[in-house]
Design a protein around this ligand. Structure first.
Ligand SMILES: [Cu+2]
Length: 138
């Protein structure tokens, strides 16, 4: 619970910065926290919008009795993990395993160019079942 309170404060601060408008003249947009809940092998959202160059802290809460993961990346990254055999994620930005009933965090910085990045879970069958979504950068 303490963790959640802290995250709420971060989100509030990020919102305040965005609201300030002209004050943000230092280049990269402020870091953003995105909360994703997994329930019945579905992410709570299938589309996320971010600004180019934005750093996003993904907080993934797994309410299921089985493990999941969050993999953020382009199609090549998703293909690699769909075919891969890595049992655990957590060393690369945008990739994290989330054990049953737990919350895990990973941070990913989106590129300066606009476009679409994918996210999803590659435990066997999960991507095909619908555990996937898009991040629109722009
Ligand atoms: Cu999954």
């Amino acid at each position: 619970m303490k963790l959640l309170v802290g995250l709420a404060a971060v989100a509030t601060l990020a919102g305040a910065c965005a609201g300030a408008g002209a004050a943000g003249t230092t280049g990269a947009p402020p870091a953003l926290t995105v909360d994703l809940t997994v329930h019945h092998s579905q992410f709570s959202t299938s589309e996320i919008r971010v600004r180019p160059g934005q750093t996003v802290r993904f907080v993934v809460r797994n309410t299921d009795p089985i493990a999941h993961e969050l993999i953020v990346g382009d199609q090549a990254v998703q293909d690699h993990h769909e075919a891969g055999t890595e049992a655990h994620h957590g060393d690369r930005p945008g990739e994290v395993s989330v054990p049953p009933g737990q919350t895990a965090v990973t941070t990913y910085r989106f590129g300066a160019a606009g476009g679409t990045v994918l996210f999803g879970c590659h435990l066997p069958g999960h991507w095909a079942y619908g555990m996937q979504g898009t991040v629109r950068v722009g």
